[in-house]
Write a protein that binds this ligand. Structure first.
Ligand code: ADP
Ligand code: MG
Ligand code: ZN
Length: 615
C-alpha cells in the first residue's frame, strides 16, 4: 500500500469561543438582528449562529459542525439577505432544496434552484436572470452534479464573479464529500473546482456529521486552506438511548414499547429493506397504531402524501428506510426505533437526531442481533442497501473504486456492531467519541441503558493489554486500521494478516483470550485518550481514503513511566469471557420488557438542553 502525503496543509482556526466572532460591533450587526427577527421570526440566535455569520461575512472560509436541527440554514440565509450579491448553495437533494425555497419565498426572499431534471426552458430563464444587471435572486441552489456537469452554469458563475456578484459559496451537508461519511456522493468530490475558480469567494461548509476523518476529507476536497472551525457539543441530553437484543418477538416488543411509553405519539421506525418497512407497518397497524411506510421505490406522490399526513399528525408512525428523514423538521418526534442495525454510528446519530427537536425528552431504541449484522454486510457487498435520499444523477455504478468504498462501509458497520455489543460504556460517550468529542459519563445521568444498568462494576487494570496493543501498532509499522490491529492481536489468520506476515510477530495472538468486544473497547479507549491517533490517509491512485493508527509517543511515554489504565466492567461479567457471536439475548436483567420499564419509568430530567433548541 502506498500512501502519499496530504495534498494541502490546512491551517485550522478554532472559532468557537473566540470572542472576536461574538462581537456585536460589526458594521452589519444591527441589520442582522433586525432581519433575524423581522424576516425569520427568531427572537435570538442559537449557539454559534451569530459567530458563524460574522466569520463568513468577514470573508473567511468557515467549516461548521452543528447537530441536526441546530439551525445551520440561517447562517447562510441571513447573510445572503443582507449582502449585495448572490449566494450559491450546493445541496444534495432536490426535495430538500424545494422545501428551503418554499420557506424562503414565503419570507419574501428571492431564491431559485437549478437541477438536471428541470425543464430546459425554466433553466434558461433562471440563467438569463443571473446574467441580468440587477439579478433579483439572493440565493441560488444547485445540486452537486450541476456543478460537475454543467459548463454553462460555471460560465454564468464566472460572469457573476467578474461582476462581483458571487457573494458566497455554501456547501450544505458537506459530509457527502467524504467516502468516510455515511452519505457519500461522488459528485461532491468535484466541488473543489469552485475554490480553484473563485479563490477569493468565501466558502461556508456545513454538516451535522463529521468525524475527524470526514472533516479532514471535506476540507481537503474543497481546498479550504485557512479555515475557521465552529463546532459544538453533539450530545443531545434529551434523547434516551438503549440497545435491546432483537428476538423473534421483536415486533411484539416494539408494539409493547410504544404502547407503554409513547402511545399516540409521533415516531419513526427505521427498517433495513422496503419489505421490512411494509411488514412492520402492517403489523403495527394490526395492533392499532396509526402507521404507514415510506421507501424509495414508492412513487413521489405517494411519498409526499405519507410525509404530509405525518406532518399533519394523521399518521403517528412511519416505518421507513433511511430514505426518509433528511431535511425533516418535525419538532415533536418522541421516538426513533431502529428495527435493525444502522450502517454506521454517524448515520445512527443523525437518524436519532430527528427525535426531540423541541428539546423535550425522546427515546432512541435500537434492536440489535448479530444476524442482522450478517444481513447488512451482505447487502452492502451487493450494493443493495437503500441510500439515504436518492440524488438525481446518483448512480452507484459510477462510483470510483468501489472496492475501497466497500471496505469503508464494512469498517463503519463493524464499529456499529461494537457499539451494540458494548454493554458497559455510556452510549453518549461511545457516540460522541466518533465526533472527536470527550464526554464525562456522569453527565449522562443514567439516560442510557448502560449507565442505568451499571450500578455494580469492578475496575480492571488493563495497562498490560494497552501496552501490547501500542507495541503491536508500532511493530506493524503504524500503517494499519484498528480493525486490522485487532485481528492480529486476537490471532487471526486472514489473508491480509498472512499477506503482511503478521502471523510471525511475537504479539500475534497475544490477545486471543480476550473477547473481541473487550479488545476493541480497550483499543478504542486508547484512541479516545490520545495514546493512539487515528489518521486519514489518501492512497495515491484513486484518491480514496483509509484510516490508520499511529502512536502518540508523548502520551505513550506516560504509560512506560507507570501510568495505569483502568476500565470499568460490570461486576457480574468476567472480563475475559470468550466472544459471543450469535443473537442470543444477553443474560440477566437485559430482557427487553424489563429494561424498558426501568429505563422509561424513571422521572424525566430537566429538559433544558445544552443544544439550546428552544432559545
Ligand atoms: P439544520 O440545518 O442545522 O438541521 P435548520 O437550519 O433546518 O437546522 O433549522 C432547524 C429549525 O430551527 C428550523 O425550523 C429553523 O426555523 C429553526 N431555527 C433556526 N435558527 C433559529 C433561531 N435562532 N431561533 C429559533 N428558531 C431557529
Ligand atoms: Mg440543514
Ligand atoms: Zn450513559
Amino acid at each position: 500500500e502506498v500512501f502519499v502525503p496530504k495534498i494541502i496543509e490546512v491551517n485550522y482556526i478554532e472559532g468557537s469561543g473566540d470572542k472576536r466572532w461574538s462581537s456585536r460591533d460589526f458594521p452589519w450587526t444591527k441589520e442582522l438582528e433586525v432581519n433575524n427577527k423581522k424576516v425569520f421570526g427568531n427572537h435570538s440566535f442559537r449557539p454559534n449562529q451569530r459567530e458563524i455569520i460574522n466569520a463568513t461575512i468577514s470573508g473567511c472560509d468557515v467549516f461548521v459542525l452543528m447537530p441536526t436541527g441546530g439551525g445551520k440554514s440561517l447562517t447562510y440565509q441571513l447573510p445572503a439577505l443582507i449582502r449585495r450579491g448572490i449566494t450559491l448553495v450546493i445541496s444534495p437533494l432536490v426535495s430538500l432544496i424545494q422545501d428551503q425555497i418554499m420557506h424562503l419565498l414565503q419570507a419574501n426572499i428571492p431564491a431559485a434552484y437549478l437541477s438536471a431534471n428541470m425543464e430546459w426552458t425554466e433553466q434558461l430563464e433562471i440563467l438569463r436572470e443571473l446574467n441580468s444587471d440587477y439579478c433579483k435572486y439572493k440565493l441560488l441552489y444547485v445540486t452537486p452534479e450541476k456543478i460537475a456537469k454543467s459548463d454553462n452554469l460555471l460560465r454564468h458563475l464566472e460572469s457573476l464573479h467578474v461582476r462581483e456578484l458571487l457573494e458566497r459559496i455554501v456547501i450544505d451537508e458537506a459530509h457527502c464529500v467524504s467516502q468516510w461519511g455515511h452519505d457519500f456522493r461522488p459528485d461532491y468530490q468535484g466541488l473543489g473546482i469552485l475554490k480553484q475558480k473563485f479563490p477569493n469567494t468565501p466558502v461556508l461548509a456545513l454538516t451535522a456529521t463529521a468525524t475527524a476523518s470526514v472533516k479532514e476529507d471535506v476540507v481537503q476536497a474543497l481546498g479550504l486552506v485557512n479555515c475557521i472551525i465552529f463546532r459544538q457539543s453533539f450530545n443531545r441530553q434529551n434523547l434516551w438511548y438503549s440497545v435491546i437484543p432483537k428476538t423473534k418477538k421483536c415486533l411484539e416488543d416494539i408494539d409493547k414499547f410504544i404502547r407503554e411509553n409513547h402511545f399516540d405519539e409521533c415516531g419513526i421506525i427505521y427498517c433495513l429493506s422496503r419489505m421490512d418497512c411494509e411488514k412492520v407497518a402492517e403489523k403495527l397497524q394490526e395492533c392499532g397504531h396509526k402507521c404507514a411506510f415510506y421507501h424509495a421505490s414508492m412513487d413521489p406522490s405517494q411519498r409526499a402524501s405519507v410525509q404530509k399526513q405525518w406532518s399533519k399528525d394523521e399518521i403517528n408512525i412511519i416505518c421507513a428506510t433511511v430514505a426518509f428523514g433528511m431535511g425533516i423538521n418535525k419538532p415533536d418526534v418522541r421516538f426513533v426505533i431502529h428495527h435493525s442495525l444502522p450502517k454506521s454510528i454517524e448515520g445512527y446519530h443523525q437518524e436519532c437526531g430527528r427525535a426531540g427537536r423541541d428539546g423535550q425528552r425522546a427515546s432512541c431504541v435500537l434492536y440489535y442481533s448479530y444476524s442482522d449484522y450478517i444481513r447488512v454486510k451482505h447487502m452492502l457487498s451487493q450494493g443493495a442497501i437503500e441510500q439515504s435520499p436518492i440524488t438525481p444523477g446518483y448512480n452507484r455504478s459510477n462510483m470510483i473504486n468501489s472496492g475501497r468504498i466497500l471496505e469503508t462501509n464494512t469498517e463503519n458497520l463493524q464499529r456499529m456492531v461494537s457499539y451494540c455489543e458494548n454493554d458497559v460504556d455510556c452510549r453518549r460517550l461511545l457516540q460522541l467519541a466518533h465526533f472527536g468529542e470527550k464526554f464525562d459519563c456522569s453527565a449522562c445521568q443514567k439516560t442510557c441503558d448502560n449507565c442505568l444498568k451499571i450500578t455494580n462494576f469492578i475496575e480492571k487494570d488493563v495497562t498490560e493489554i494497552a501496552k501490547q496493543l501500542v507495541e503491536l501498532v508500532k511493530l506493524t509499522g503504524q500503517r494499519f486500521s484498528s480493525s486490522h490491529i485487532l485481528e492480529v492481536y486476537r490471532g487471526s489468520l486472514s489473508q491480509m494478516v498472512k499477506k503482511h506476515r503478521h502471523e510471525t510477530l511475537s504479539l500475534h495472538g497475544a490477545g486471543k483470550h480476550l473477547a473481541k468486544s473487550e479488545a476493541s473497547r480497550i483499543l478504542h479507549h486508547l484512541v479516545i485518550e490520545d495514546f493512539l491517533m487515528e489518521e486519514v490517509k489518501k492512497s495515491d491512485f484513486y484518491g480514496s481514503v483509509s484510516s490508520i493508527l499511529k502512536v502518540n509517543e508523548s502520551k505513550v511515554r506516560n504509560l512506560v513511566a507507570g501510568q495505569r489504565i483502568i476500565l470499568r466492567f460490570p461486576s457480574s461479567v468476567k472480563a475475559s469471557k470468550p466472544g459471543k457471536s450469535d443473537a442470543t439475548p444477553a443474560k440477566g436483567s437485559l430482557t427487553s420488557g424489563k429494561l424498558n420499564v426501568t429505563l422509561f419509568d424513571t422521572p424525566a430530567p430537566q429538559t433544558e438542553v445544552d443544544l439550546n433548541l428552544s432559545a
